[in-house]
Design a protein. Sequence first.
Lengths: 154, 377
Amino acid sequence: MTDRTRLRTALSGVSVAAVLAAVAVFVGPAGAHKDPVTPQQLKAYEDALMEQVKLGDLLFHGDAATEKNMGVSLSKTGMACAMCHPMTADTHPHTYPKFQAQMAKFATLRDMINWCIEKPNQGEMIDSDSDAMKALEAYIYWSNTGSVLIPGRY
Amino acid sequence: MSELEQDRRDIASVLQQPGARPDPSLKITRRTFIHRSCLVGAATVAETFAWWPLLNTLDIAHAADAPFKFAWISDTHLYPRSLNTRFVEKTVRAAKEVQAMNPPADFLIFGGDLAQLGTVEELELGNELLKEIKIRKVYIPGEHDWYLDMGKKWGQLFGQPNWTFDHKGVRFIGLDTISRAPDYWSMRKMSAKERMDHMSVLDGTVAGPWAGVGRDQLDWMQKTLSTWDRNRPVIIFSHNPLYEYYPPWNFWVRDWRDVNEVLKPYTKVTNIHGHVHQVLYNEIGTMRSIGMLATSWPWPYAPEGVPKLTKPMIRVDPGDPFDGVGWSPMSVAADDKIGTEYVMWGRKEVFAQSTEDSHENIPEKLRPRVADNMWPY
């Protein structure tokens, strides 16, 4: 059944509720990405990214207040991620997933972030889906914008 | 064309004219540690690093009066002992190894960044640890030593940040490349700690182009050199490299053109510098530059601007705190050659042996950070 016939079927009924439901389905949320995107929407999407990028930037540079707010302890040695990775140099997010020699396993960027937190930084590993992990990932990817994907590169 | 590229082209046109090279008696030789793979025909390796394939030391000839050795340690970045014991252990190890040199070194040059956040506790800890070394010691400051109290404690412990002396036919100059940052703190009403925090982050965007020699110090250097024969060797110690490598990380001094103007008449100038925490080699006009390892941690090579003459150091294992770091003994032999060796604790081979061993194996594009420019600073 095509969308058009489905819509016609809905409209042929007597229930106002059904009509409203159909309107909600086809014009409401589902229509949000079918209309031309507005500058306001683009800005909102960009803001959503940059908010995470900034949080990740602060975590990556060892900002104590941000760590406290997010309930994480990424280092106990005074080392911050950025001390070995200025501007996220040498994090190489564009090479994941790959076999990671340090862990002797096939790993994602998130696995490697946690390895660095645990080993060189001697901090507490964070949940792979946590807000802090997403923020760190956002910052690292954003900072490497334009780097060409080469998954698996040693 | 970016401003940076324009700068590079300008300096090349001024200083890199055909035939302008350091005096030919300053010669880098291939030496020692011929790896088995080289003898058994590793053609691909030879192709990648066609010149300088497998060496661990640099030999640089100078016309010194008598043979002697000196040693370099820098970038210990000490935190208080209670926070970080690894940096302390590595400083202790370097100090013991320098003290154990046989025959002994004539002096130690400490190349800056003794402390991480410039506190009295950190600087005094560093001073204590270096007391293991009984030979003469000379010091230049790094930015991490300076911006909490604007060099007060460092000056109490180590005296003048710039100096010169002659030793067995070589004129040595210690430069202060760190204390002349443009004032980024007063307008923003930063505390001393905030000022230091911004300075202590290599990729920070607030402190700006803080590395420089300054007109006053350039004049002093010119005066110092005016009494020196232009064909005799000069060795200049500085925290930052005296050429332009990567300004966003202050891997330069902002007045590198003026520095080169002053040094241009001298044919045997060698600049030995810290700050970069990596193996580096470059020639600008008649000056050679050699970058030194830190004892604390290695920096990656910058995403652009690595000198073509640099044979890259090996990619290090982040799981080994002793990898990618170390110190350097330097010897001046009877035949007037100065040997510079990288003692990298985690490795026998300091230089990348193949493309895969090199950081350059993975191309990357990087953006400067954003969050440190948000209020409050």
